[in-house]
Design a protein around this ligand. Structure first.
Ligand code: AMP
Ligand code: MG
Length: 419
């Protein structure tokens, strides 16, 4: 009996099977999904991390009135004598932050004025106190100051009525500062997206319980729940189910009732015990299943009782990468947040690798002291330690590519994914 030789394309995609490119899967997500959450009004104190559901306009100008940018002396520029050394008599009083000067500063006089103080009538220029000599009645300084110096004009930063944030913006602490400064105390936001996480696998047991030697601890559910929390969503523990279609069906039904979206890990392939993909195909609407990505394929994107459901591979690394690459953008759309490009960096590779065409690859990576991307020693999808070792992913294109040390590669830090 002769053994047939391996074909060159023995690792190619199976004939007749459609492998959806990553970009097509992402385009489907963006096109096919829309915000599914209601809106609510929250006060600023509770607004960080929330998604704006309307555009926001300034309710007040910043600054509301012209004020001084420095501690110094204010006067009317046009009243200065045409001399190299200028002496101005001091007018009684001062303007301080929160204690404006009530009167008008007379032409040819200077008034003590402090940082943040409202510019009184009759003043259009402030000189820094370090640039003057002072005695009881006179300030003395050299000419050459610019008219309008050291002043913050009313509304120079933001004018009342100006649009400051767009719908879909996720509020950060620095955004809260702008809202507060412009008098916006309440904002309309989308309610937090509720996402249920289910893990499947007869071999799994929750950590903290005594495990038989043949059991493994469920790493995906705690990971995915914490990813959701980090992204500002309401994470719901949807339970762990053995590889039993009836149990998994019940779990999916309950999750669809309680949540806006479902993450399921395990059982997404076409194996005998892979009931997640079977159920989604036979009883749900399975839109996309085989995506050309490593680690990852297959990943199921489906509807279960109308609820968007993502079936991730059970391998923790694959579940993690798929949650970042497909789960997060999908949830962003569902949660109402604007489509924002993930920030990537071009850095030199500290590794050699060649890959075939046909699927995008993500390697666990981190930057070394020279700013080059090094990759984890194993690409094994069960190597959970590599996730903890890494600070990001190197993304290799769908096309065939050969990378040698020093070539530029795309590096995506986990912080770009909000982790
Ligand atoms: P599956 O996708 O169900 O075929 O699982 C692929 C591999 O990932 C198997 O070795 C599983 O034991 C493992 N696995 C599945 N789910 C989990 C989980 N929640 N935590 C850790 N490992 C898992
Ligand atoms: Mg399994």
């Amino acid at each position: 009996m002769t053994v047939p030789p391996l074909k060159n394309n023995c690792f190619a995609m199976p004939a007749g099977v459609e492998w959806t490119p990553v970009d097509d899967a992402l385009a489907l997500i963006k096109k096919g999904l829309h915000p599914v959450v209601a809106q609510e009004v929250v006060v600023l104190e509770l607004a960080a991390g929330r998604v704006l559901s309307t555009l926001v306009k300034a309710e007040r100008s910043n600054p509301p009135m012209a004020n001084s940018a420095v501690d110094g002396y204010g006067f009317c520029y046009d009243s200065l004598p045409a001399q190299d050394i200028i002496n101005l008599p001091l007018q009684d009083g001062a303007s301080a932050a929160g204690k404006p000067f009530a009167g008008r500063v007379k032409a040819g006089y200077a008034l003590r004025i402090l940082t943040g103080a409202v510019i009184p009538e009759g003043v259009d220029t402030v000189i820094l106190e370090e640039d003057v000599a002072i005695n009881d009645t006179l300030v003395t300084f050299r000419s050459g100051l610019r008219s309008g110096a050291n002043l913050r004009c009313a509304a120079e930063d933001v004018a009342i009525g100006q649009e400051i944030f767009n719908t879909g913006h996720i509020l950060r602490p620095q955004d809260i500062a702008l809202l507060a400064a412009t008098g916006v105390h309440k904002v309309s936001v989308y309610k937090r997206l509720k996402v249920a996480v289910i893990s499947t696998g007869t071999e799994l047991i929750a950590v903290g319980h005594p495990a038989r030697a043949d059991q493994i601890f469920d790493a995906n559910k705690p990971m995915l729940l914490n990813m959701l929390t980090a992204w500002g969503y309401q994470a719901i523990d949807g339970g762990h189910f053995k590889d039993d279609p009836d149990l998994i069906r019940d779990g999916l039904n309950a999750a669809a009732l309680n949540a806006d979206a479902i993450f399921v890990s395990g059982g997404a392939s076409a194996g005998d015990e892979d009931y997640v993909s079977k159920l989604l195909k036979e009883e749900g609407v399975l839109n996309t299943w085989r995506v050309a990505v490593k680690p990852g394929r297959p990943i199921a994107m489906a509807l279960w009782n109308g609820t968007p459901t993502f079936g991730f591979p059970g391998n923790p690394v694959a579940a993690f990468v798929c949650a970042l690459i497909f789960g997060l953008p999908a949830l962003k759309v569902l949660a109402g947040s604007a489509d924002q490009k993930v920030i990537t960096y071009q850095v030199p590779a500290a590794f050699d690798k060649s890959k075939k065409a046909g699927r995008r690859e993500y390697l666990r990576a981190r930057l070394n002291d020279n700013g080059q991307a090094e990759v984890f020693k194993s690409e094994g999808s069960g190597r959970i330690s590599g996730m903890a070792w890494s600070d990001g992913l190197v993304e290799l294109p769908d096309a065939a590519s050969t990378i040698t040390n020093g070539d530029m590669v795309t590096y995506i830090p986990y912080t770009s994914f909000g982790l």
